[in-house]
Design a protein around this ligand. Sequence first.
Ligand code: KG4
Ligand code: ZN
Length: 355
Amino acid sequence: MRILAIESSCDETAVAYLEVDRAKVKRLEHIVSSQLIHAKYGGVVPEVAARAHAETMPRLLNALAKKVAGSEDGKKFGRKIDVVAATRGPGLVTSLRVGLDTARTLALAWKKQLVGVNHIEGHIYANWLGNKKLFEESPKAVFPALILVVSGGHTELLLMKGHGKYHLLGATRDDASGEAFDKSAKLMGLGYPGGPAISRLATKGNPFAYDFPRPMLHEANYDFSFSGLKTSVRYFLDDKRESIGDAGFIADVAASVEQAIVEVLVAKAVRAGRDTGAKTVMLAGGVAANRKLRATLASAFAEKLPTVRFIEPPLEYCTDNAAMIAVAAAFRAKSKDFEQPAKTDVDPNWELGRL
Ligand code: KG4
Ligand code: ZN
């Protein structure tokens, strides 16, 4: 099966080509274009994002056609494709529109099957890209899988019972963990997106220098809340305004903020792993690129639940990309979960597994 996948749910425009044959990946090509324009606004501006997707998409498709079919000839490229896929939600409505409408049009023009992918599901399937044997393994060896979703817009614990089968265990009641990183970074004057900046600085700081709140750490549920952490960082920095220019101080704050976020995420994941009897645990979403989170989760499971296999997505595929959308589309296509190109629509609030 040869898949063209398109991702445009937020501020990355991305395309990918994936060829899978009898559960083996034969070829993967992908291109991501990040919209740097949002940095000056300190966050993603939806109207600006949609316009940038529309401007960039044809250029990316041409570049992918050149890689895959050897030329920008759309007809030739179309002959190499069996399935066209795009992210259908969740995300920014006008940004999603650009990717899905491109895919609908190509599916109609080329007479191909169309698959609509859930963006979070894409993040989950990024794990398959770093662990190719997952493609061949029996579902019994992998599921139920506990998924810790940590992206810019979502923080949740999902129990994945099989391909396409999700049960939502818990979610954040306010900010996502990515937002906690981004908003804290903004207060610290580190720019957008703040997660990578905080994690870079944190390597030089003391994670126990300052005791920021660990929201809902001891509550017997799988929910999260991160807005209080951001508020506490704000008050803390207001008191220490004279120290903000001090590199050692900022590194200590970054390390302490990271420590607070990671501790809560890991504790709740371990609780869920214990309660559900999951066979594997996986990270999904942009914050999965955080090295401290990866290392802490791995060692917590090794120590407390050693029979649960820890699987991590490759760093390259943690933040938004279309390669992960292509993998998710391959599994949806396998179960003949197709959309009607003339009828389907974006679903900006599409949630996985909520009953
Ligand atoms: O999944 P993603 O690319 O976009 C959404 O689907 O929302 O996630 C983006 C988020 C941003 O909040 C960014 O700050 C965060 O992932 N992020 C990180 C790191 N790399 C990206 N957060 C912490 N540490 C990182 N290394
Ligand atoms: Zn994402």
